[in-house]
Design a protein around this ligand. Sequence first.
Ligand SMILES: [Zn+2]
Length: 871
Amino acid sequence: MCTPQGMTCLSNMSVLSTALLENGMQEVTFLKTPIMATYLLAWMIGDFDYIEAYTSGAFDGERVLCRVYAPVGLADQGHFSLDLAVKCVEYFSRLFNIPFPLPKLDLVAVPDFAPGAMENWGLIAFRTYALLIEEYGSQDRKQEIAATVVHEISHQWFGNLVTMEWWSDLWLFEGFATHLAYIVVDELFPGWDIWSEFVKNIQEVLKHDSLRTSHPVEVGVANPSEITQIFDEISYMKGASILRMLSAWLGQDQLLLGIRKFIHKYMWSNANTEDLWDTLAEECKVDVPEFMNKWTRQTGYPVLSVTELDESTIMVRQNLFLSTGDVREEEDNLIWPIPLGLVTSSDPAPRNIMMHTKEMLLKVDTTRWYKFNMGQTGFYRVSYPPKALDLLGQTFGTDQLNAANRVGLLTDAAALVASGIAPTSSFLTLLKYFEDEENYMYRNSVIYGNILVWAEVSLRLQELLAVWLEQPTPVMDGLKEVQRRLFTKIVKRLGWDFPEGEDPSTGNLRAVAIRFAGRAGDPEDMSAIPPDLRFPVFEIVLRTTQGTDEYDAVVNYYRETFIPAEKVVALSVLGYGSSVELVRKTLSFAMSPEVRTQDILSAIATLRSSVVGRAELWNFMRHHWDMLYERHFGDIGFLDYLVSLSIESFSTLERYQEVQAFFANKDTSAYDRILATCLEGIRMNILWLERDCRDVEQWLIANEYLVRPTDENHGASSLAVPSLLDSAASITTPQADVCIRTVIAADRHDAVNEEVGLNEPLMFATGIVDTSVQPSGQFYLQETGQPTCMESHVFLNGIGQSFDEQVRQVHQLRQDQRQHTQLEVPSHQELPREYNPHNHAHDPYSSRQESRPRTLEREMELLSMSGDYEF
Ligand SMILES: [Zn+2]
């Protein structure tokens, strides 16, 4: 290689010689590499600083030189990774019983690098953020770095020494590297409770894998252009999850012995998935291929539904789980071998029963708590009857179920309500039990798992809030109040200070709690804010003040700090400024040369947290699509992320149609999977809202998070309504552009009532009311002080219509409604969801006979309304 003299030149192998040439250039020659796959070849040239360390040589007497290279001035931030790299090389040499195959290992922080990392043999490249961290960096970040560094180093054996035969085996190498990384991190940092973190981390893939657009873990790759699309969560995280399930079934030591045998058998050559299963089957004497093939070749995963037959017998049934909740009969003929991992209050050791059938009867004392999927080692969800879920919720104040299990219960409940299998109120009810969790945590000192539980509580609540974002303000306020009550208690207990010598987990929890309790802080002296609190404090300040001074302070911080991680934090905070002005500033800043390509998405991801940000991001993306597409076509994952960031949170039919129309004439081949996934997600959000917006509102009222003005306890009564109708009143709706309404005068109101035959007041809109935004027909009168809610008014898409026309429409509407009520299936228990017979039976509002929309029908309706789209 010829370069200007003085530049650092790196490749897979060590430098053999450097010859200075006359023209100011140098010729660098490297040692010859052993036989290896072409995609692992690498060289790097630049101005780098480095730090170095040797392995102890305890394994075979050979000490391996490990270096962390960083852009000039940043090498000091590589100590955490360097120390870890040395430990990993020693660990894997012992584990596989094979010394590190090359003379040296370099880990290089590359300033502009789209993928998180790349395992080039002996010369691993990392995005700066994924390798460097200052000494007092937050634990979250250390965990991310540890997971990435260990993953890449494990590839030096599992991936580089033994290479996949073809790209369709990619999942095996990625899944195993991911799984191995958790095993090693757990061993090196036992206090991190990394397996609970794993349960948290697989939630995204559980979500994607429950859509019809998902694909099997083992996927055929015919064309090289398909390769980038399979570097996805299904390969990495579902792959890792089913390997973990296999590990729990075989025993971790057995599994690792099998892997060692596999590597010895295939080193310096290629292997495929079958080769590994055969080796494991031989080593462990069980039918590994039969078990794994079902999990790697069938798309999706099951939900286990529990029915209590009597006090000592339950029936479990497995069905394909789709987050859209509309599994068709012909789709539901798959059966997975499921390790049930059943524990009960009297027998805490998991009963490792393998379920090979659609249904199964089990003996369990149903008067006390019981739980499937102990430790959440299985890749499936469990739907419990409300009584069983209640008993499980009551354990949250005790130490009977660890953090991973509580995270599992919470995330399963959240997924089941989003799919319509259970009402959203059941999830909110389970959330309330986490107040006991808070007491338990305080009594037992803060361990890392507790932070995960709380981070998960906040995340799942955020998901609900994202779909409800454009719902009427009082409802959103009620949901935010749920969040505030859960987190404020913790903030009060832990305070704002970080005392010296405090357990880092406590600091972490404080940061999570402060962020979600939404307390404001002082943005003036940012250097005084501890690293764990910077993100929450920046965010809170911007969310609450919307001030340009505060915004500029964050931008300046971004410009001034030299720490890559801090830059990313500052960038992502900018998106919380939710005025139109700040949102536009953030978008143009993100696209400016000041922001590196790899960081653009961090800058815009948080825009989705506000109504304005969501709309502006979508507009921006549409207007600049050609430029964005051209500029970032070659960046792995960029277009996928950009598309999903811009559209995945939408929850209205209007937006759904806009998305379809926009992409209709585009070449979507580089991101068609993610687009289809997002469209399916939006449809799901629409259905969820339609199904449960009343359920949520009523739960909020019943649990005193939302005040209903007609409630006598709160001083107002329905008598107050006509007086409001006497004069025109201004009404707010969630639609920013159609926020002014008038109500008709009292006399017309009486006349209409008579004609339509209703005994309730009516309102007419002067603008078009978007029924997808406001499906329940409720308006909110903004009086002095608190917003109040008037229920059951009829509204019309009435602009430009005469009063008589509007009356006729009301009349027709009401007649239609009456007919619809008469024809309707009497209750939702009879809907075709026999796989979950207790479905909604305990819905606290079912006695009100409100029909929950039939998901499958509504789904068909939505599809027909929105034109053709192939999934
Ligand atoms: Zn990898």
